[in-house]
Design a protein around this ligand. Sequence first.
Ligand code: C2E
Ligand code: MG
Ligand code: MG
Length: 705
Amino acid sequence: MTETRQNITITAPILIIEDDSGFAELIASTLRDEGLSSYCAGNGREALEWLDNSSTSLIILDYTLPDMTGASFIEQLKGLGDPPPFIMVTGRDDASLAVRMMKTGACDYLLKDTTFLDRLPTVVVRALHEAETRERLKQAELSLHQSEARLVRAQKIAGMGSWEWDIRSGEIYWSDELYRIFGLVPGTPEKISVEWVFAVINPADLPAFKKAIFKSVKNCQPFNIIYRIDSRRDGEIVVNSQGEVEPDENGKARLVSGTTLDITDRIKAESEIRQLINYDTLTGLPNRNLLHDRLKLAIAQSAREQHLMAVLILDLDRFKRINDTLGHRAGDKLLLAVAQRLSACVRDSDTLARLGGGEFVILQTNVGHEAANSTVAQKILAILAEPVYVDGHEIYTTGSIGIAVYPMDGEDGHALLKHADLAMYQAKEQDRNNVQFFSREMNIKVLERMMLENSMRKAIEREEFFLMYQPQVDARSGQIVGMEALLRWNHPDLGVLAPDKFIYLAEESGMIIPLGEWVIREACRQNKNWQEQGFPPLRVAVNLSGRQFSQQRLDEAVAAILMETGLEPEWLELELTESILMKNVEANIQLLRKLKEMGVSLSIDDFGTGYSSISYLKHFPISRLKIDRYFVRDITTNPDDAAIAEIIIAMAQALKLNVTAEGVETRAQMEFLSFHNCIEMQGYLFSRPLRADDFTQLMRDGVRI
Ligand code: C2E
Ligand code: MG
Ligand code: MG
């Protein structure tokens, strides 16, 4: 790179094409004096060859070359791409030639006369200057073009258009992307007026739009507005325009310019998110989240206006079963139908929400007196009673409703919902398809129950459970022939609890499975222990609950316990009630057979209270019936009970089953039963249930009748 005295920078030498080598040398030395390097070529061909590998800042070209004219040299050069700037040198002073040469793109032309060398530096420097300026302009144009293209691309990606509004002339410029946002072909309409813009804005948003723009123009302040446009694209488009105002020398708005961003998708996504957060996807009803918000508002309003407010929780009875038997799709359709029916029974000012599963909540604000709520609840039960048709099935649903009323039943949303929930469970427990109001006693009962349930979970580990044993006696000889293991819970706070206080809870919570296994294991272990102590072997009877019996692989659990404790299966008897047996007859027969094959015997407890038909009885592999103690109680005074007891005994004999009478308390009862051929008995007459140690003593002493 060289720099001339006149501050010209050239990046490549000047190419001199001149066949007169002496003259060429003169030119070169003149340029050298100016600080410019050069290269000389004697003819066109040589020059072209040199240009193949080199570049030049400027060509000084003799018009008449030995192998071609200057014009044809330039032609050839143009064929290779953009030619460098050049100055023509000619020996003839010919005006038309000069014009032609300038037309070919020459920067200048010089006559070979006596002043040639004097004029040469000025002409060269000017040509170089012009070339440099041209090059800069070209680069500037290129980068402008590139940045414009980048802007267009960026606007397109962002869905953002830009605009300018010249306030005085009223002219509005729109970028191509802005046209696209408005659903228009870029450039049409060519002229955009303020009125035209107003016309495409959604009329509902127009006043706010105008207000924002005019205020901004008046005060020369920026603005930022969101509005809808009635786009010719697909429906409603939501945009966000931001603009700035440029003031003139007097401080008055001259130009407003800014961007407009298409935010339709964002708004849609935001509203979808809001929908997801606050609404149930299946029914479109408010969900738990929104319900809590509404509760808060409703409580505040009720407190302010001193009104009552009711929270109703409705749970569809046996919804899970419908889901399990007909499938989730049918369950969903049912929920939709119920949601529709419920919507029809609530006032617009009330909130109907779905909590999940078959559970709905209705918030009733401004209720006059509590009775009014029960009418709504009754109405709900009535409309639920109408069958729903789903996939060809006629489904009858019922619901249980619990109601809590603000402010009596709770001061905040959580308390109200919890109490309505308790009331709902109470309604379910009583007799489904019913309505219950929350009451304080209910709360206490439920709290107790919850505490009991929690402490039960820890009770097995803490060894709070124990078994008592009640002998079963041969009434003729007074011999102990067996015993029944009866569960007790030594509760740390409540003392010793009988099974009726906690078995139902264990069943509901599923605790009955581990607890029931513990009972079987403990009874087997104790029985084996007595045998090992040398007492004559006895049969131990263990009670099974329904949930335990329907448990998968009960037979395997029993087999494992027998293995573990080493008790022979013949010394274990399992007691089942009739209702358990009749629940799932086919599966039960299978399970009972397996147990029987193992050598375990089976008896039916509390016989006579259930509804088992004799024909079924034949199919069950059972070996014993236990006459319920309620028949035994009045056996000597009530002829009906006496008749039932007689029939049971006769039936057992006919079916070749053993029979044991329970709850024998008096000698008279014993004698009646003996007379009718019932030999085995159990009851306070012989012994109350005893702890293991006392039972050991009883076996030593024998029972006294
Ligand atoms: P159940 O199997 O009919 O047990 C007999 C119940 O009658 C026992 O009550 C026993 O104490 C009581 N009893 C015995 N002789 C007399 C008598 O002469 N007069 C009167 N009035 N009652 C007598 P308990 O121990 O309170 O058990 C109640 C019920 O709890 C049992 O009735 C049984 O169904 C259930 N149960 C007991 N232990 C268990 C167990 O380990 N698992 C399960 N699932 N249930 C059990
Ligand atoms: Mg029993
Ligand atoms: Mg019984």
